[in-house]
Design a protein around this ligand. Structure first.
Ligand SMILES: [Zn+2]
Length: 387
């Protein structure tokens, strides 16, 4: 039996855990927080996640006996049902036997009726043929007494035989009725036993419902905690990213949103941004500007804005290429460099200061120039709109 107060206390405890303080999300104002603040938040999130883990473990441990009890009750209920079914089978078998006896009784009664009818017919035949007469005729009649007695004897002999047959049928019917009653009594006993088991099953089912409610409630509480745990995990991830970003900000690696000219001293454009007719590809968007002045070959290329190197390698038609993520939605690309950039992905670059490569003519290029692109989202913008 389950102690109700204990259940109530347990449920209350589970409910409190389930509705506990909501997990705060990592604010988009993370940039306002200092690195130490972010690191502290990350520590807090980790501690909270661990606390939730412990709560889950405790709840699962507390729920284990209820789960076991529920499984045991389920077994008991199945066992009682099997017993009920067994009794039902016996009751049904007895019912069939009783029904069969009923048929036998009916058959015997029919036979008895037939015997009585035949007996009457015989008596009537004997009477009308003159072989039998009423006792009154014997007493008050004029016939010869000896002949009369002989006739009566004959009548008695006939009636004795019929009587025996009829009595045998009556006895058979009696016997069948007695048997039937015995079986009916037996059937009643079985039904009573079955009812007892039915009651036992009902009690078990009621107990099961109670335990089941606890188990389900606890499972819900565990699920809620698991969701909370997932939120903390996401928060840890977000905070880790925010910390990385803050580190970059602290290192001056986040863009200003304004760009410095990437090849100081060389300002002539050989190709503007926009649609053009390419001798090879036909009409196409020239996604950047081509900076090309005499003597530009080998000139220093500087980062147009602060950021982190996203890619620094040979990049198809761009030849030796470098891409910088400015952490503010802008990415700049520098193509056709003389040689591979001295930088690698992940390096921090400072606006107008960090040398990221030298002007060359690698990839799809017909002469020394810097192809300079400013990407925003999935598109590009005209770099000249910044100068
Ligand atoms: Zn170009």
């Amino acid at each position: 039996m389950i102690h109700v107060r204990r259940i109530a206390a347990f449920l209350l405890c589970a409910a409190l855990i389930a509705v506990g303080a909501a997990v705060p999300s990592v604010g988009r104002t993370a940039t306002a927080a200092s690195l130490t603040e972010l690191q502290q938040q990350l520590e807090d999130a980790k501690a909270n996640a661990n606390a939730v883990k412990s709560q889950i473990a405790a709840l699962e441990k507390a729920n284990a006996p209820f789960e076991e009890q529920r499984a045991a009750l389920q077994k008991q209920i199945s066992a009682t049902q099997a017993e009920i079914d067994l009794y039902q089978a016996k009751i049904d078998a007895l019912q069939a036997e009783i029904a069969a006896m009923e048929k036998s009784v009916a058959a015997s009664e029919l036979a008895l009726k037939k015997a009585v009818r035949e007996f009457k017919q015989r008596l009537y035949a004997m009477y009308t043929s003159g072989s039998i007469y009423s006792g009154l005729e014997v007493i008050g009649g004029t016939e010869d007494m000896a002949a009369s007695l002989a006739k009566m004897e004959l009548m008695e002999s006939v009636s004795r035989k019929d009587n025996r047959a009829m009595q045998a049928l009556l006895d058979a019917i009696d016997e069948l009725r007695t048997q039937q009653e015995k079986l009916a009594a037996e059937q009643e006993d079985l039904a009573a036993s079955q009812e007892t088991i039915r009651q036992k099953k009902a009690e078990l089912s009621a107990q099961y419902s109670k335990i089941n409610a606890i188990v389900l409630s606890n499972r819900d509480a565990v699920k809620a905690l698991e969701n909370k745990e997932a939120s903390y995990a996401q928060m840890e991830k977000d905070l880790a990213a925010a910390i990385e970003k803050q580190k970059l900000i602290d290192a001056g690696a986040v863009g200003t949103g304004q760009f410095a000219w990437p090849v100081p001293g060389y300002y002539r454009l050989s190709e503007k941004y926009g649609y053009r007719i390419c001798p090879i590809h036909g009409p196409e968007l020239h996604k950047g500007i081509d900076i090309s002045s005499s003597g530009i070959y080998g000139a220093k290329i500087v980062a147009a804005d602060s950021g982190v190197v996203l890619l620094a390698r040979w990049y198809g038609g761009y030849g030796n290429c470098i891409m910088i993520d400015h952490g503010n939605g802008y990415v700049t690309l520098y193509g056709h460099m003389k040689s591979a950039s001295p930088l690698k992905a992940g390096d921090v670059v400072i606006k107008g200061v960090t040398v990221i490569g030298y002007v060359g003519s690698t990839g799809d290029s017909t002469g020394p120039h810097l192809h300079f692109e400013i990407r925003k989202g999935s598109g590009t913008v005209d770099p000249m709109s910044f100068f």
